[in-house]
Design a protein around this ligand. Structure first.
Ligand code: DX5
Ligand code: ZN
Length: 216
């Protein structure tokens, strides 16, 4: 079963509460929240205050993708704001293992995000702490970019590695996911698709989510 996590980055920022309710009612499995600091990535989005304010608008899991450095000082604030899952980039702090331990200790699920140029080996000694692995299929920072097909092999390799581990680790893909690229992601082994433009940029959220979920 493929889960769809619409990325709020492509929503109408002047009506965010309404947008969150609409996408949850349209069948979104998770809500993907992109946190950008204008330093780790060249864009600024929003912080824990907004995550907290949106929390009462939907009960689906909040999947918080942190693109901030240093990341450690903010983990507690996002957990307190209502994140269910917190993902971070290995490059965003000095001690990835410790950061993952912190997320788990805060009662959240933990994810590691691999940029297009980040090798799978970054996960070598932390897999036992991962509930999710996120493969970036664009360079992080902006919505609406084109899918990097070079990441499909990475997804397929990770699928084999997760299956061999016997652990229930979600394999998520983020960036340029559309009805055209989603089937390739699913075929490679992804089981959670993040989609900004392909959901919030469409007139009918329910139809958009259903179209992405369908294995092509
Ligand atoms: C990019 C973000 C993505 C982004 C995806 O840095 O991590 O979640 O919102 O947007 P689309 O689906 O439009 O590529
Ligand atoms: Zn994201």
């Amino acid at each position: 079963m493929v889960r769809i996590a619409p990325s709020l980055l492509a929503a109408d920022f002047a009506r965010l509460g309404e947008e969150v309710r609409a996408v949850a009612e349209a069948g979104a499995d998770w809500l993907h929240l992109d946190i950008m600091d204008g330093h780790f990535v060249p864009n600024i989005s929003f912080g824990p205050g907004l995550v907290r304010a949106l929390r009462r608008h939907a009960s689906i899991p909040f999947d918080v993708h942190l693109m901030i450095a240093p990341v450690d000082p903010y983990l507690e604030a996002f957990a307190a704001a209502g994140a269910n899952l917190i993902s971070l980039h290995p490059e965003a702090g000095p001690h990835l293992h410790r950061s993952l331990q912190t997320i788990k200790a805060l009662g959240c699920q933990a994810g590691v995000v691999l940029n297009p140029a980040t090798p799978i080996a970054a996960l070598d000694h932390v897999l036992e702490l991962c509930d999710l692995i996120l493969v970036m299929s664009v360079n992080p920072g902006f919505g609406g970019q084109s899918f990097l097909t070079s990441q499909l092999d990475k997804i397929a390799t990770l699928r084999r590695r997760i299956d061999a581990s016997g652990r229930a680790i979600a394999l998520q893909v983020d960036g340029g996911v559309t009805v055209a690229t989603a089937p390739r992601c699913i075929a490679a082994g992804a089981d959670v698709l993040v989609a900004g433009t392909a959901v919030f940029g469409q007139p009918d959220y329910q139809a958009a989510i259903a179209a992405l979920r369908r294995v092509g």
